[in-house]
Design a binder for this molecule. Structure first.
Ligand code: FAD
Length: 290
């Protein structure tokens, strides 16, 4: 099994989420079948994001790693967990052969309260003292919605990375300029880890408005125009969304991004169209950067 550190820059990774509820794992494995055929460098599996289940993350990531022979990353949130809960979860991940974790704070669900972990950095420190996972963490090109300023958020990001993060995966954004400014400031602060850019193709007007307000991503005029022009027609919106995301990716790759992390929304056809249109670009950059 290739380790993340063995992967050739720039990487292409896909994010999927477990199906809601338990017992519906077959559907996700047909998605994984299709995604695996695109030979991504990594597939990450969310943990309880947007009301999806937490129970199946480890099992899905484990099968990707062991049955498909592809590096997988299990997302893991800590807020609301005790150290004892976390030890159990981490031992389970280890026993399932998981090597990579995206260590997150998460958001308190209704009825949950702060316990042993307040920030993602607490989880990272905890993992580092007892285990040897490769660790990913989240970053926010337009700052985390709770942070008072980008400067404050970046200082916390630096603290987090210094706890032992191997690579960062960004929140989605629609304007590459935010990513470039963020990356420059992060590098100036001494954050040297690879930063993968999170890209979510727009496939429907309602989806994108919901995601943008949830994540705090700015909507450039160009995206607003696309939604105004094509939002009434699903096929047109999807084609325009894929074209926009591909354009963003081509620009990011030309500007030296370490990797593209595609929020696939469990839609392999979307990932296929985009991956195939950048295959030659990725290949040429990988050869150049070796
Ligand atoms: P942190 O890094 O802890 O930061 C959270 C906030 O606290 C920031 O404002 C930061 O500036 C501040 N902060 C950090 N340290 C300190 C400190 N020492 N003192 C004061 N303030 C501090 N959520 C899920 O539930 N499941 C998922 O699978 C999931 N996957 C994600 C994948 C990606 C790529 C991204 C970008 C996000 C994902 N999320 C997921 C959402 C994430 O859980 C939320 O954004 C959450 O609010 C913050 O998590 P974090 O790990 O970034 O937190």
């Amino acid at each position: 099994m290739k380790k993340f550190s063995d992967l050739i820059n720039p990487t292409l990774s896909f994010e999927i989420f477990p199906p809601k509820g338990t017992g519906k794992l077959d559907t996700i494995f047909s998605t994984v079948d299709a995604l695996a055929s695109l030979a991504p460098d990594l597939i990450s599996v969310t943990y309880g994001a947007g009301g999806t289940s937490r129970e199946n993350t480890a099992e899905i990531a484990s099968k990707i790693q062991n049955n498909y022979n592809l590096p997988a990353t299990a997302h893991l949130t800590c807020v609301g967990s005790t150290k004892k809960d976390m030890e159990k979860t981490l031992s389970d991940l280890r026993s399932k052969g998981i090597e990579n974790i995206l260590a997150l704070r998460g958001d308190l669900a209704e009825g949950e309260h702060l316990t042993d972990f307040h920030y993602a950095s607490d989880l990272i420190k905890f993992i580092k003292t007892q285990y040897d996972f490769t660790l990913f963490a989240a970053c926010y090109p337009e700052k985390h919605p709770e942070a008072l300023s980008m400067e404050e958020d970046l200082l916390h990001l630096k603290e987090k990375v210094d706890c032992g993060v191997d690579a960062l995966i960004s929140q989605l954004f629609f304007d590459n300029n935010f990513f470039y400014k963020f990356r420059e400031k992060a590098r100036d602060l001494g954050i040297q880890t690879p930063i993968m850019a999170g890209i979510m193709p727009i496939t429907s007007a309602s989806q994108i408005n919901r995601m943008a307000s949830l994540c705090g991503a700015s909507m450039p005029k160009q995206v607003q125009k696309i939604i105004e022009a094509y939002g009434h027609n699903n096929m047109a919106m999807r084609e325009a969304g894929i074209a926009y995301a591909t354009e963003q990716i081509v620009d990011l790759l030309a500007n030296g991004v370490d990797g593209i992390h595609l929020y696939t929304m469990n839609q392999p056809a979307l990932a296929k169209t985009i991956s195939e249109s950048i295959r030659g670009i990725l290949y040429s950059l990988r050869v150049k950067r070796v």
